[in-house]
Each structure stands twice: as structure tokens, then as C-alpha cells.
Design a protein around this ligand. Structure first.
Ligand SMILES: C[S@@+](CC[C@H](N)C(=O)[O-])C[C@H]1O[C@@H](n2cnc3c(N)ncnc32)[C@H](O)[C@@H]1O
Ligand SMILES: *[C@@H]1O[C@H](CO)[C@@H](O)[C@H](O)[C@H]1NC(C)=O
Ligand SMILES: *[C@@H]1O[C@H](CO)[C@@H](O)[C@H](O)[C@H]1NC(C)=O
Ligand SMILES: *[C@@H]1O[C@H](CO)[C@@H](O)[C@H](O)[C@H]1NC(C)=O
Length: 249
């Protein structure tokens, strides 16, 4: 299994190196990257989208903030990670209209569970009928409240060290706090996936007034030195870091 993950990283790394000098792999096909032929090539030749995910994507594109939606190829990558590690317990911090929560639930066995945190009722209302249509509504536990509250409740309920996978994708200024809570909730060998770590490239020398870019840059630098995890920073979507909790921590 560990060998499988290493192979996957090696593969990604090779693909990325061949693109040095271009940023072709960074972006989302539904926002910014639409006309990028290389990104289109990746999608044309690798995306296997469940029909209900396709429907949910089309519905989400009607929303004015649809650029928030996860990149489809990134969701598929994370679903593959979930299968690789046999994950049955996942958390999504920032569900929006549910594309990735649905994708994770579809990748899990019948007893799998996704705790999905979302503060906006409008988005919860858009998501739920699609979960039902895909037949996985029992696998997705939507928590309509502030994510930090949900995470504290899970810890208080004694779920420390029991989660296999966490996806952090909500308010950027709280990412560091979400990361610390996630490290408590995740098991050894579990994966914390952190979205937007490249923030459209703005993490490189961020302006003093740009608090979000600075916060993400500070988190990136903290994780690089963090002995509790192994990590990879991947140029997929808006940038994705995988932090894997070390077994000796
Ligand atoms: C980038 S979107 C998530 C995209 C989603 N993961 C997907 O698969 O398409 C971020 C979401 O986090 C939600 N959010 C922001 N702050 C939050 C908080 N404190 N607690 C819970 N949800 C929050 C926003 O309402 C928004 O829907
Ligand atoms: C991707 O597929 C579409 C639809 O078949 C096609 O029009 C387009 O040329 C393809 N692009 C690439 C880069 O393969
Ligand atoms: C996942 O489950 C399959 C089938 O039950 C098993 O063969 C495999 O070794 C498991 N992998 C991990 C990483 O536990
Ligand atoms: C959960 O684990 C963390 C350390 O990983 C500890 O600080 C905290 O007290 C634990 N919480 C509970 C409720 O056991």
C-alpha cells in the first residue's frame, strides 16, 4: 500500500517536472483554466465522472460563486487516495454544494462516513438532493454550523485519532486551526489534504496587506518544518498539500 502511494507521487512528480516553466497544471477547468489545452487533455484522458457528479457540477456552475467548487480531477485524485488507504471515515471542512463530499462518499464502502461541514444553508439545500439521487445520503453527515464547532464536538465525543482522511477547504484564515484540530482527529497514516495552498500563485512574495496569501504562505512554511507529518505539495487545482500523519508521532 505504502508502495502504491509512493508510485502515485512519483508519477505525479514526473508529470509536473515535464511541465516546468509553464503553469499549465495549476488551475480549474471551470475557472481560469478553461482554455488550457493541457488541462483539457488531462480531463479528456482521465476523468471518470459519476453521472450524478456531472449533474451536480452543472447545477453548481449556475451559482455565482461556482469558482469555489473543487477541480474535478482533484476530487477524483482524492477519491483514489481514499480507495488506496481503505478510508471509511472522512471529514470535509467547507462542503459548498457537495461535489467533493459526494465524490468521497462514492469512493467508500457502504459503512463509510463523511462528516461534511458547511455554514451556508443555501449550499446545503443544493447538495442534499444530489446525495440522495446518488444513493449515498446515509454516508454523508452534513453539519450545518461553524466548522470549528463540529471539529471540537468530534474531539469531545472521543473520536480522536479515528479519521482516515480530512479535506480542509473553508475560510482560509482559519486553515492553521483546522490543521491542528485535524491532526488530533486523524489516525497515524491518515491524510490531511489542504486546498488552495498556491492561492493562484499569490503565496509567492505576498503583499503585506494580503492577509490570506500571507496566512497560506505561513502555513506552507510551517508544514515544511512539521515533524509530525510527511508531506507533498501538488500543483493540481489551486494547489493541494497532502500531510500524512507519521506513525511515530
Ligand atoms: C471553497 S468552498 C468548498 C468547496 C467544496 N469543498 C467542493 O467540493 O466544491 C468553501 C466553503 O466553506 C464554507 N465555509 C466558510 N467558512 C466556514 C466555516 N467557518 N464553517 C463552515 N463552513 C464554512 C463556505 O460557505 C463555502 O461553501
Ligand atoms: C478534448 O475533447 C474535446 C471533446 O471531444 C475535444 O473537442 C478537444 O479537442 C479535446 N482536447 C484535447 C486537448 O484533447
Ligand atoms: C484494503 O482492503 C483490501 C480488501 O479488503 C485489502 O486487500 C488491502 O490490503 C487493504 N489496504 C490497506 C491499505 O489496508
Ligand atoms: C484529543 O487528543 C489531543 C492530543 O492529540 C488531546 O490534547 C486532547 O485532550 C484529546 N481530547 C480528548 C477529548 O480526548
Amino acid at each position: 500500500m505504502a508502495a502504491d502511494i509512493k508510485m502515485l507521487f512519483f508519477f505525479l512528480f514526473t508529470v509536473v517536472l515535464s511541465g516546468v516553466g509553464k503553469s499549465a497544471f495549476v488551475g480549474k477547468s471551470h475557472s481560469g483554466g478553461k482554455d488550457d489545452p493541457l488541462l483539457q487533455y488531462i480531463l479528456n484522458n482521465s476523468l471518470r465522472e459519476h453521472p450524478v457528479l456531472t449533474k451536480l457540477k452543472l447545477r453548481t456552475l449556475e451559482d455565482p460563486l461556482s469558482k469555489m467548487m473543487v477541480a474535478t480531477e482533484q476530487a477524483q485524485f482524492m477519491a483514489n487516495l481514499i480507495k488506496l488507504i481503505n478510508a471509511t471515515k472522512a471529514i470535509e471542512i467547507g462542503m459548498y454544494t457537495g461535489y467533493n463530499a459526494l465524490s468521497m462518499a462514492l469512493a467508500m464502502p457502504e459503512h463509510g462516513r463523511v462528516v461534511a461541514c458547511e455554514i451556508e444553508e443555501t449550499y446545503v439545500d443544493i447538495a442534499k438532493p444530489f446525495f440522495k439521487e446518488a444513493g449515498v445520503e446515509n454516508k454523508i453527515d452534513v453539519r450545518h454550523e461553524i466548522a470549528m464547532k463540529t471539529l471540537n464536538n468530534l474531539i469531545a465525543a472521543g473520536e480522536n485519532g479515528t479519521y482516515d482522511f480530512v479535506f480542509i477547504d473553508a475560510d482560509k484564515l482559519n486553515y492553521d486551526r483546522y490543521y491542528e484540530k485535524s491532526l488530533q482527529l486523524i489516525r497515524k497514516g491518515g491524510i490531511i489534504a489542504i486546498d488552495n495552498v498556491l492561492w493562484s500563485g499569490k503565496v509567492v512574495n505576498p503583499a503585506a496587506s494580503d492577509t490570506v496569501s500571507r496566512a497560506l504562505d505561513a502555513l506552507n512554511k510551517k508544514l515544511h518544518q512539521d515533524e509530525r507529518i510527511d508531506l507533498s505539495m501538488l500543483p493540481v487545482g489551486d494547489g493541494l498539500t497532502l500531510a500524512i500523519k507519521r506513525s511515530n508521532y
